[in-house]
Design a protein around this ligand. Structure first.
Ligand SMILES: *Cc1c(COP(=O)(O)O)cnc(C)c1O
Length: 422
């Protein structure tokens, strides 16, 4: 165990006291979502037979189909696909785009540049010949968020009125690797209503990564047509070992299922020779784990604010995801912080992460993920593209107590390196 400097312990105690009132609202959200999850499990009569492994084609895989039905309900949607075969959040999002868009259609990214890994999917970067949407004749337009981070509704409206080829509007709920506020459910709902009032046929698609169970409402309930996320982030509750999900309107989820497997076969196949039990149990745990993660994020925000760093969101601002951005302003402090998180993880705590060229990202990225499920960012983790102004994005913690320990340890590591003035 690292010895923690009394000044660091004091700082964290003080910050925690100031955070307490904001934890209350999180506990209300946790209760409300736990109630919804419980009701859905009971309605679908979840029992041991749903956990059973399947093999081969997986026709009538009741564990897979019931899990998907529960997920659809929890997200306020008609249908969903929850699959271990969806390899990541990026894969789930790409399935949505390839499923819903056709040659000649335009994809409008309406909350600014989408998450880094989608650039190669869209064809904004990456190897020519890799089969990006652009190579299939899908056009791309982008509308940046306003100065204050809100959606530019006037520009979205203008684009929809002047460009009949727009078929899908993509929104990203979470900040991703950007210094902007995350989108609230209220804002997403307002945009969906506006878009549908002008063009009822346009698909409102949401990158829901990191947003699940962070609020009372879920996207399907506010007018989102299609959304996707990763099962090793929020909705897997730290227990799902792999996978992604897509949810939305039934006709759109069908289209996505044809990309996932093949036209004509869609969602009918796909077996899983391990147990579905961790997916069910993880989904059950998810409202609690997400609350633990957001408490950790709030504490980190307050601690770094007190140390004089810019943070986003601030500790007392509303949250729509589990991410906490901290601006370090210099690469050595940033790297020390990320390494400090790794050194205070339950797994691979002796590994010192270094920046590397990760597939799908434009700048070298450094990541701390000393996690039970490899790379699971619902567990305490932190990452950063190495670019100015050197912002770390930290997220997760299966328990708030570990979130706090990790933070303490990371500060201590920075101090030992002479990179923390108290
Ligand atoms: C994590 C994330 C993705 C990509 O998910 P992966 O599972 O890492 O492929 C996309 N969008 C956002 C906002 C994310 O946070």
């Amino acid at each position: 165990m690292t010895q923690i400097d009394p000044a660091i312990a004091r700082l964290i105690d003080e910050a925690e006291g100031e955070c307490r009132p904001f934890f209350d609202r999180l506990e209300q959200i946790e209760r409300s979502n736990t109630h919804r999850v419980l009701a859905s499990f009971q309605k679908h009569r979840v029992s041991a037979r749903h956990f059973a492994p399947t093999t081969g084609y997986g026709y009538d895989d009741i564990g897979r189909d019931t899990l998907s039905a529960i997920m659809a309900e929890l997200l306020g949607c008609e249908a969903a696909l929850v699959r271990p075969q969806i390899a990541s959040g990026t894969h789930a999002l790409a399935l949505c785009l390839y499923g819903a868009l056709r040659p000649g259609d335009t994809l409008l990214a309406a909350s600014g540049r989408p998450y880094d890994t989608l650039e190669e999917v869209i064809g904004l970067s990456g190897k020519p010949g890799s089969g990006s949407l652009s190579e299939y004749g899908v056009k791309y337009r982008e509308i940046d968020v306003l100065e204050d981070g809100r959606l530019n509704l006037a520009a979205i409206e203008r684009a929809l009125r002047e460009d009949a080829s727009i078929r899908l509007v993509e929104l990203q709920r979470s900040r991703g690797y950007a210094w902007r506020p995350s989108l609230s459910m209220a804002q997403i709902g307002e945009a969906a209503r506006l878009i549908h009032s002008i063009r009822p046929d346009v698909v409102v698609m949401l990158d829901n990564c990191y947003g699940e169970f962070s609020d009372f409402d879920e996207p399907g309930a506010v007018g989102v047509d299609l959304l996707a996320g990763s099962m090793i982030k929020n909705p897997g509750g730290g227990l799902a070992p792999t996978g992604g999900y897509v949810a939305g309107r039934r006709d759109l989820v069908d289209l996505v299922s044809y990309r996932l497997t093949s036209p004509g076969i869609g969602a009918e196949v796909g077996s899983y020779a391990a147990s579905y039990q961790p997916f069910y149990q993880g989904l059950f745990m998810a409202p609690h784990v997400v609350a633990q993660a957001i408490k950790t994020a709030i504490l980190a925000a307050r601690v770094f604010e007190k140390l004089g760093y810019a943070v986003n969101p601030r500790f007392d601002e509303p949250r729509a995801d589990i991410i906490q951005a901290i601006r370090f302003g210099r690469s050595d402090s940033l790297i020390a912080f990320i390494q400090g998180i790794q050194l205070n993880s339950p797994v691979d705590s002796e590994a010192l992460p270094e920046p590397w060229d990760m597939p799908g990202y434009q700048d070298p990225v450094i990541m701390a993920a000393g996690t039970f499920v490899a790379g699971a960012s619902i567990e305490l983790s932190a990452d950063a593209p190495i670019r100015e102004p050197y912002i770390a994005y930290m997220q997760g913690a299966l328990t708030y107590a570990h979130g706090r320990c990790g933070l303490e340890g990371a500060l201590q590591y920075m101090k030992d390196k002479g990179l923390l003035a108290l």
